[in-house]
Structure formats: C-alpha cells, structure tokens
Design a protein around this ligand. Structure first.
Ligand code: PHE
Length: 453
C-alpha cells in the first residue's frame, strides 16, 4: 500500500486546519451574526456552543478521519461497511456544494472591493458616501453576477489546474498580514468618536436578546466557522500522524479561529456604531463598515489607509479562495473517484451547478429580492440550510458514530495518539461524555425547540 502523506508536525496540522477554518466565516459572517443576534449575549452562546457542541464534533471528525485514513465516504465504507452510514458521506458532498454557491457570491463582493481598494475608491471620498458603496453595488444587475462568476470560475480553474497547493502556500503569507491588519483596524475603530457604544454592545450582554433563533444561529455560526459537519476536518485529519494526540490540534485550531472571529468583531462593531450603521444590517455589514473606516483613516493618513485597504481586501479575497477551493474539491473528487468522470468534466459539472445556484443567491439581493422560501431570501435560505441544518445534521451523526458505533478502545487509542501522549485522567472521559451525550442531545434539543416553539 502506498504510504499516505503526513503533516510534519503538530504546528503544521493546526496551521492547515486553521487555514480551512479561517475565512469569510470569521471576517464577514461573525460580525453580522453578532449584529443580528444582539451583541454580547450572542457571543456568550457562541462560546458555549463552541465548547460543548463544536469541539466534540471536531474531535469526532478527527477520530474518524485519522482512524480510516480517508475522506468521508471511504471512511464510512471502511468503518461501517455496507451500512446506512454511507448517507453521512453524501451529506458531506451536498453541503459544501450548496455552501460554495453562496460563499462565492460573497467572495465576489470581496473581489469587487479589492478592485475598489486598488482604485483608491475608499480613500478620497467622504466616509458617509463611501459606506453607501455596497448598497449601490448590490443593487446593480450585472456587477455582482460578474463578480460571482469570476470568483467561482477562478476557484474551479485552480482545482482544474491542480495549483491548489500554491494558493494555500500563498495564503500562509497573507494570513498573518490579515491578522495584523485586523488588530490595527480594531485599535483604529475603537478610537473613532461614537465607538464606545459598539464596545458596550460587544461586552455587555442583554440576556433578553436570547431566544431560539439566537441560539440556533450561534450554533450554526460556530459550525460554519470551524468548517464542521461537512467532512473537511475529517479529511484533513486523515493526514495527521498516528502518534499525534488529537486534543492539541483541535484546541489549537479552535483557538486561532476564535481569536480571528473575536478580533474581527471588535474591529467591525465599534465602527458600525461610529458610522451610524444598523448592527443588524445583514450580510453587507462589513462591506459598509470597513470602507467607512478606510475613508475615515484616509482623511488623516491617505497613504496608510490606501495600503491598509488594499492589503486587507487582498487578504480577505485569498482567505475566501482557499476555503472555496476546499469545498469544490470535495465534489470534484467524488465525481472523479466514484463516478469515473474525467477531471475536466467533473469540474465543469460542479461549476455549472454551483454557478447557477450562486446566481439565484446573488439575485436575491436585487431582482429576486421579493422571492422568499420559508420567509427567507434565497441567499439566507441556502445559508441557514447549510449552517443551521446540514452542518448540524452532519455533526450530530459524526458524534453519534464515534460515541455509539465505533469501538471504544479504538476511539480512545486514536484520541490519545496510540497512548503515546498521556492525556490527563479527567480529559478523556469528559470528551467522551461530550461526544456521546452533550453534543448529540444539545443539537437535537435545539432542533426540536426550533420546530415546535
Ligand atoms: N470555515 C470556513 C470559514 O470560516 C468556511 C468553511 C466551511 C470552509 C466548511 C470549509 C468547509 O469561512
């Protein structure tokens, strides 16, 4: 048997997983979810969800992936041959494809704003005009569609040309840049007049804001941000060395992901209040707020603001691209390996499908704005379907599989890296309890209460 490639070190594992996890979910989605969910109270629920729901799912996916040394479908065939568990594999093919369709729409926005940054569009104008740019852009018929086409087209081309590794290596360069910029923007935002209210919004919980919707979306945000329930972490884990314990890589990835999200929240929310933007403004929130920040910065330090804007949007664009590549890759590998299609044909099929759904999502901000599915726009429907339902269902079954189906000895062995690392007495039983009981029951209760309340 061919020896599988491995990650060289624990740090390399964490960096690769964090590379998948950190993306638009942290920078674009987290701030607007906080805004819709009512601020600090949402953040608390988000943190709790991460601890008691997401971490067990993360560990479950890692345990399955590493013990099977293959992606979801292969893992299910190997660990539970001939059983219904293979359906779990199919969920993990469908969800990333729906996900990438609307992710590409936002990727397209970040492309447009990257071009605007290069054109120095943010740095000369009045901050109050600049914050209207997003609204003007989105209401145009063609521009958002063209940007979406470019984004998904580029994603598919990268997968077709097999240069994915190159882009991912490039992202290792832009990630730290993004990190530094977010920290700088955060300090700047907090210094803006009127920002104090935003800080308070992020820090002082108003518990009356917590309801079923808030809890569901905090849970969904946590899954989305950590790339859970769609087999991504499972697949990455299949490349982790056998003697590595899975606790460290899980906690490390979650830590970086959380830091990025929190910093983005603290960079955006104070500026939202300073700019007089409605925190619940929805998916456009950062595209209204950040140009305002750059324009404000431009009034005092135009060169600095131009450089910051360019670097920021380039980094966001690259971060979005590395995530979208990994989503398209799942579908392409499936069509090639299981359906025997050529690479070119597989990419073409995925392109056509995701492009079409993406067009509908994009138009839901304009011409199809009045078309609703269960009270949501097409874009929101796809987003909620994936993060609040499909990812949760995927996660639920991953925890059930590890908690109740897999051989407990095997589970323990995998988690502790063949016992090569001592995992402190209480840790493993706690993790196992979370995987068997807390995470599955938590997800089911949230589902049921959504359905009936
Ligand atoms: N976690 C990624 C982000 O935050 C999105 C993603 C989800 C990537 C699922 C891969 C799989 O943007």
């Amino acid at each position: 048997m061919q020896k599988r490639e491995n990650f060289g070190s624990r740090f390399a594992v964490i960096m690769a997983m964090a590379g998948s996890a950190i993306g638009l979910g942290n920078i674009w989605r987290f701030p607007y979810m906080v805004g819709e969910g009512g601020g600090a109270a949402f953040i608390i629920i988000y943190l709790i969800s991460t601890l008691v729901l997401s971490m067990p799912i993360f560990f479950s996916e890692s345990i399955i992936g590493r013990s099977a040394q293959s992606g979801t479908i292969g893992a299910m065939e190997q660990l539970a041959p001939g059983s219904k568990w293979k359906w779990l594999g199919y969920i993990t093919i469908i969800s990333p494809l729906i996900l990438v369709s609307y992710y590409s729409v936002v990727g397209g926005w970040s492309f447009e704003f990257m071009l605007k940054a290069f054109g120095l569009d943010f740095n000369g104008g009045s901050p109050d005009d600049v914050k209207l740019m997003f609204g003007n852009f989105i209401s145009r018929d063609w521009a958002p569609l063209i940007c979406h086409t470019i984004f998904i087209g580029l994603t598919c081309l990268i997968v077709l040309a097999g240069v994915r590794k190159g882009i991912e290596a490039f992202s290792k360069l832009t990630m730290p840049v993004l990190f530094i910029l977010i920290v700088l923007i955060m300090f700047y935002s907090v210094s803006l007049p009127g920002s104090a209210e935003g800080l308070q919004y992020m820090l002082k919980p108003d518990f009356s804001k917590i309801d079923g919707r808030c809890i569901t979306s905090a849970m969904g945000q946590s899954f989305f941000s950590l790339s859970l329930g769609v087999g991504t972490i499972l697949t990455y884990s299949s490349f982790v060395k056998k003697d590595e314990d899975l606790l460290g890589s899980g906690l490390g990835t979650a830590f970086f992901d959380l830091i990025f999200a929190m910093l983005a929240g603290f960079a955006v929310m104070p500026a939202v209040f300073a700019a007089g933007i409605e925190p619940g403004a929805g998916p456009g929130l950062i595209f209204e707020t950040l140009p305002y920040v750059f324009a404000k910065m431009g009034t005092g330090a135009p060169v600095l603001s131009a450089i910051a804007a360019i670097l920021f949007f380039v980094a966001v664009f690259v971060a979005a691209l590395t995530s979208s590549i990994s989503m398209v890759q799942v579908g392409v590998s499936y069509l090639m390996e299981q359906k025997g299609l050529s690479k070119g044909k597989s990419v073409a099929v995925i392109f056509l499908g995701t492009w079409t759904l993406g067009v509908l999502c994009s138009l839901s901000f304009g011409r199809l704005g009045s078309f609703h599915i269960l009270g949501c726009s097409i874009f929101d429907f796809c987003d909620k379907l994936v993060s609040n339902y499909l990812m949760a269902i995927g996660g639920l079954f991953f925890t059930l599989f590890v908690g109740w189906k897999m051989d407990p000895r095997k589970v323990r062995e995998e988690f502790t890296g063949n016992g090569s690392r001592r995992i402190n007495g209480i840790i493993y039983p706690t993790v196992r309890f979370l995987i068997r009981w807390v995470a599955p029951l938590g997800i089911i209760v949230i589902f049921l209460s959504n359905l009936f309340l």
